[in-house]
Ligand binder design. Structure first.
Ligand SMILES: [Mg+2]
Length: 209
């Protein structure tokens, strides 16, 4: 959300080719500008991303610049992703129905949980759009993300992953919860498929409002 200012300046034009060169032509690369550009600048940067065959372009303009997001999408071929900061079901409906995005990214925490986020994925499915959810790195977000992408009809190819949480002691008998070449087995069984150590839970207090 920097309104075209970056630090250090001009880094984007150097970083995009450097990332492609470093990881090679076969690597799928997603780029995120965190809503930092005006429309003209978003299009200019988008064309550089296209030149280096970057695979998607997230939040080119501030997330609530809905018409402008569509304007950027119309001018570019690179798929446009967005939605991590969106709190409104109605606005997701607009973004999808007006095809202002190519990929929807509700955040399973910020948007209010699995059921609301699944509604967004299902709306997107009607328009042939994939869903690549945004997920925060704290708590058991990684686990919710894995269940979410397993149950929706239109998961994207790759998903945001900020690491396993080792602070919450838990047992999982159906998955080792490790990444093997970038692939993690989703736990099966009731609930999230894990058992949190009862002693850890017992140390916490119920807060009554
Ligand atoms: Mg993002």
């Amino acid at each position: 959300m920097s309104n075209n200012i970056e630090f250090p300046s001009d880094r984007t034009e150097k970083l995009i080719p450097l990332v492609r060169k470093t990881f090679g032509d076969d690597m799928i690369i997603y780029a995120d500008s965190n809503g930092s550009y005006t429309v003209d600048e978003a299009i200019r940067i988008g064309k550089i991303l296209e030149e280096y065959k970057i695979d998607f372009y997230e939040e080119p303009v501030p997330f609530d610049w809905y018409e402008e997001t569509k304007q950027v999408k119309t001018e570019l071929k690179i798929p446009i992703a967005g939605g991590e900061q969106e709190p409104s079901m109605h606005n997701f409906r607009w973004l999808i129905a007006n095809q202002a995005l190519d990929i929807v990214q509700p955040d399973i925490f910020y948007f209010g949980g699995m059921i609301r986020s699944i509604k967004v994925a299902r709306m997107a499915e009607l328009f042939g759009m994939p869903c690549t959810p945004h997920i925060s790195g704290s708590g058991l977000g990684y686990l919710y993300m894995m269940h979410f992408v397993s149950v929706i009809p239109n998961p994207g190819q790759f998903h945001e992953f900020k690491g396993f949480n080792k602070e919450i002691p838990l047992q999982c008998v159906t998955s080792d919860l490790n990444s093997d070449g970038g692939i993690v087995s989703v736990p099966t069984g009731p609930g999230s498929g894990i058992e949190i150590d009862p002693d850890f839970i017992a140390k916490h207090e119920i807060i009554k409002g």
